[in-house]
Design a protein around this ligand. Structure first.
Ligand code: AVJ
Length: 319
């Protein structure tokens, strides 16, 4: 994400205009997650090729007791989750923590109201006694209110979401988290590990085309929200993992020379045949990459929790 995309006020229109008039066209993956996109992402998480969800589910099902043991808190604490999604994985951690008698309030934060509503149902149906204060919207507004009281916090940033940020932006985000945290607060980071490139490639380029639909949703949003006339069947999807850099990069591809018009932006956008729109980075990490990133952002890695295949880690950091 660049600087301009961090301004929350009507950023979609402005970012589409900027992204599709830049020399190299781009649209941010953060715009995948409207209610429809969040629904498609839930489909992705059910695909056998998309291993991160299953791996993190395994970690949180089997090792949440160990995670709890690593927390230095001896009083009531908050569990604050950034980008909680449907909460299926987090439920594993929460239920283990409750069984072990931990005293906490769960504060999930998500951009999508639909996702938050589904989450609340989902969690309270299994854990009726949980203390829960869900929030919709901006992470940092919530961080600000939390840093004002003395309750210690465990922050969750799961699913590998950090991988969507360019290195400098990831550092910027983590430093902002750090600034909003108290000394001794903990951060559990879901991070996808470098591994056999075939495994990664298949996860981001599924045969069913669900990941394609996820990306195409960006174009549907432009049509619906910016009153545009994009012909969806004239775009394709391409995704590629590079083991050299650890990056998965995803793109929409213009299948012919074409243009579309947006009434809201009052602009016509031109595309060459085979021109790309870069839509997403999904960075993969080694343990060394993780250490360096944590340290540069002001954290110390306490412990890494892996699935049995070592595909994914929930990395526990302390400020
Ligand atoms: C939700 C950001 C972790 O990058 O793996 C899934 C999103 N993109 N398939 C990821 C995604 C394509 C996902 N994250």
């Amino acid at each position: 994400m660049d600087k301009a995309t961090e301004i929350p006020v009507n950023s979609f229109a402005a970012d589409v205009l900027k992204g599709l008039t830049d020399e190299k066209k781009h649209l941010s993956s953060k715009y995948f997650y409207d209610d429809n996109g969040s629904r498609i992402f839930m489909e992705i998480m059910k695909m056998p090729e998309y291993y991160p969800t299953g791996c993190e589910f395994e970690i949180l099902s089997q090792q949440s007791g160990n995670i709890l043991n690593e927390l230095p808190f001896n009083e009531r604490f908050n569990i604050v989750e950034f980008g909680s999604g449907d909460g299926v994985k987090t439920k594993q951690l929460l239920s283990t923590f409750m069984e072990k008698g931990a005293d906490f309030t769960y504060v999930p934060i998500d951009i999508s109201q639909e996702a938050i509503d589904a989450l609340e149902k989902n969690i309270t149906s299994v854990l009726p006694n949980i203390k829960m204060k869900p929030k919709t919207g901006d992470y940092f507004k919530v961080l600000e209110t939390l840093s004002k009281d003395t309750t210690p916090n465990l922050f969750l940033f799961l699913g590998g979401n950090i991988g969507n940020y360019l290195r400098q932006d990831a550092l910027g985000l983590l430093r902002k988290f750090n600034a909003g945290m108290k000394k001794g607060d903990m951060l559990l980071m879901g991070m996808d590990l470098k591994k056999n490139p075939h495994i990664i490639q298949k996860a981001y380029d599924d045969a069913q085309g669900i990941t394609k639909a996820f990306n195409m949703n960006l174009l549907s949003r432009i049509n619906n929200e910016l009153d545009a006339d994009i012909k969806l069947d004239q775009f394709d999807f391409y995704s590629n993992y590079s083991p050299k850099t650890g990056e998965v990069n995803s793109y929409l591809v213009s299948l012919k020379q074409q243009h579309f018009h947006s009434m809201v932006l009052d602009t016509t956008f031109h595309f060459e045949k085979d021109e790309l729109i870069w839509t997403e980075l999904s960075q993969k990490y080694s343990f060394e990459d993780i250490d360096i990133l944590a340290n540069e952002a002001g954290f110390t890695v306490t412990k890494n929790f892996m699935d049995c295949k070592y595909y994914f880690t929930d990395s526990l950091w302390v400020k």
